[in-house]
Write a protein that binds this ligand. Structure first.
Ligand code: COA
Length: 177
């Protein structure tokens, strides 16, 4: 059977994506993702262009942080983004979520599946109770996905982020695992 492609595929089975550690060999894909200024603005990251070496340093800093778990999202053997938990607080049982998917893999069901797998990991391996996140109020795809998955709005930071079209708010959302 020929390998299935993501092209034109709207639904995915959970087996079609895996979460795995990010390897140094992912650096080229990661370099592209971290230099996509559109995505970087949505994840609240730096929009200053980064060299391959700076991307490796970014990766190394995440790996050595004691309160971070970061995974590559892979489908069909291809790196298509990453998902992470930062500020992991084992005492209180919560962590802060981040997700960033390469534009060519968006809107194919990858984000939904990756978050469901991350929830299982957070619940069963990290023994966390709750995930929280910050999302720009104008990031409708992300807000819709989080609401679909059962996240609830916990508050709004008004006029919090400077954009080319003015300040926008940030929603704080939480999900009980
Ligand atoms: C936001 C993001 C994680 C969503 O992942 P994705 O793989 O593109 O989303 P999925 O294909 O799994 O879609 C799941 C649901 O999200 C919503 N959604 C996703 N993209 C959407 C879009 N462009 N417009 C409207 N809703 C959208 C829909 O509810 C969708 O369900 P549906 O297809 O049944 O309507 C991903 O697009 C991304 O990484 N974007 C750039 C970075 C970013 O915004 N990160 C989040 C910062 S808080």
């Amino acid at each position: 059977m020929p390998p299935e492609t993501l092209q034109g595929q709207s639904q995915m089975d959970s087996e079609k994506i895996i979460l795995r550690p990010i390897e140094d060999t992912d650096v080229d894909q990661l370099h592209g993702l971290l230099n996509d200024s559109n995505n970087q603005q949505l994840v609240g990251g730096s929009v200053i262009p980064r060299s391959r070496n700076e991307v490796l340093q970014w990766l190394q800093a995440k790996r050595s942080a004691g309160d971070v778990c970061q995974f590559a999202i892979e489908t069909g053997g291809v790196f298509c983004g990453y998902v992470q938990l930062v500020s992991i607080n084992r005492m209180d049982g919560h962590a802060t979520l981040g997700i960033n998917i390469n534009r060519q893999f968006q809107r194919k069901g990858v984000g939904r599946l990756a978050l469901q797998q991350l929830h299982d990991f957070a619940r069963n391996k990290l023994l966390l109770r709750k995930i929280l996140l910050y999302v720009r109020s104008d990031n409708q795809p992300a807000v819709k996905l989080y609401l679909d998955l059962g996240y609830q709005k916990a508050g709004t930071l008004t006029q919090h982020v400077k954009t080319v079209s003015g300040y926008v708010g940030v929603e704080i959302m939480e999900f009980m695992l």
